[in-house]
Design a protein around this ligand. Structure first.
Ligand code: SAM
Ligand code: SF4
Length: 333
């Protein structure tokens, strides 16, 4: 590994990379996608090939990235994703490759992904009621997603986690059912505070269910104790006193975790984003396609990382409505 590190002005060192392999999705979650007629998909030729993604990931691993998460849009819409997963797993210095998915293709793909080297999978599950699942995601997919989760557990992907975005007025009355679902399977569940990165513009502070409210409500039924938030982790963890697993709270809105953030994001069209809430995208693809050497690509990456913003906790305007450059489906979460 090179002596150079992915360090920013605040001294934070990046170790994790989230790679969005597509902005496209077969769901249309109302906290993520814009209305159908307002979507402008990234053109196919602008999307990085697996070879290009592999090269950028290798350069980043050479600079200190150790963990990779593949995301989207819906990552499993990319045909043959197993081959990319395999390539990423083989990169020197990469200790784990995980995926975040809506679960639609998981029943079919879990085994081949596991064989390719995927470690764990986080499945987004925002409701256990079929009608509501459809209302939130736009697709009548609950039974299929649940089968996908079961399959992921069966084939030995670990960890299998559930991600739920808690939104007041949509699923905020269902937190306990979601917790019970995860507890029964000894799976970790993460509740994410609703972020103003949605395409429909429905975000408002009133819709955010804070981590504090969630843990108070859950603990009243299933007592928990705090395990705190590990260094550079997004979730603060709470373990159930009866030993039936844990719950994680991802609280970018009420209690941001930016001061030790160690994540970078690569968008499907090859832009490096040093913070979810950054408005400056660093164009890696142009260099990669323009014949730049690995050292030249690394130089751009290091300069981009140096400029990483302090984080959402230092951007009060985000909560007051801001001109976000992209919606969540195009960033990757
Ligand atoms: N399609 C995959 C999925 O849904 O898991 C991966 C991409 S999705 C953009 C990544 C994560 O971001 C998901 O867990 C999703 O629930 C979450 N997400 C999307 N929009 C969000 C928002 N506005 N606020 C908080 N989380 C959001
Ligand atoms: Fe698709 Fe995931 Fe966004 Fe839902 S959250 S629309 S599944 S990318």
């Amino acid at each position: 590994m090179s002596e150079r590190k992915l360090i920013d002005r605040k001294g934070r060192i990046a170790k994790k990379l989230r790679i969005s392999v597509t902005d496209r999705c077969n769901f249309a979650c109302l906290f993520c996608m814009p209305e159908k007629d307002k979507i402008s998909w990234i053109e196919q030729e602008e999307i990085l090939t697996f070879e290009e993604i592999g090269r950028v990931a290798r350069i980043l691993a050479g600079l200190g990235i150790e963990k990779i998460r593949v995301t989207g849009g819906e990552p499993l819409l990319r045909p043959g994703l197993e081959s990319l997963v395999g390539d990423l797993c083989r990169i020197e210095g990469v200790r784990s490759v995980d995926m975040t998915t809506n679960g639609w293709f998981l029943e079919q793909k879990a085994e081949s992904l596991r064989r390719a080297g995927l470690r764990g999978v986080t499945v987004s599950l925002h409701s256990l009621r079929s009608d509501r699942f459809k209302q939130i995601s736009g697709v009548d997919a609950l039974p299929r997603v649940l089968k996908g989760i079961d399959r992921a557990l069966d084939v030995g992907l670990r960890p299998v986690k559930v991600n739920s975005v808690a939104i007041r007025g949509f699923n905020s009355d269902e937190l306990l059912e979601l917790v019970e679902y995860a507890r029964e399977r000894r799976m970790a569940i993460r509740f994410i505070e609703f972020m103003p990165l949605d395409g429909l513009g429905i975000w408002s502070g009133d819709r955010v269910v804070s981590g504090k409210e969630i843990i108070e409500r859950v603990s009243a039924r299933y007592p928990t104790f705090s395990k705190g938030r590990g260094s550079a982790e997004t979730s603060s963890l709470w373990e159930f006193e009866d030993g039936k697993g844990e719950i994680g709270l991802i609280t970018p809105m009420s209690d941001p975790f930016c001061d030790d953030c160690d994540r970078l994001r690569l968008t499907a069209d090859g832009k490096l984003l040093s913070c979810l809430f950054d408005t400056e995208y660093h164009d890696i693809r142009s260099l990669v396609r323009g014949g730049a050497s690995d050292a030249e690509v690394a130089d751009l990456i290091l300069k981009a990382v140096w400029k990483k913003p302090d984080g959402v906790g230092y951007m009060p305007w985000v909560k007051d409505g801001w001109a976000k450059p992209r919606n969540m489906n195009a960033i990757g979460g």
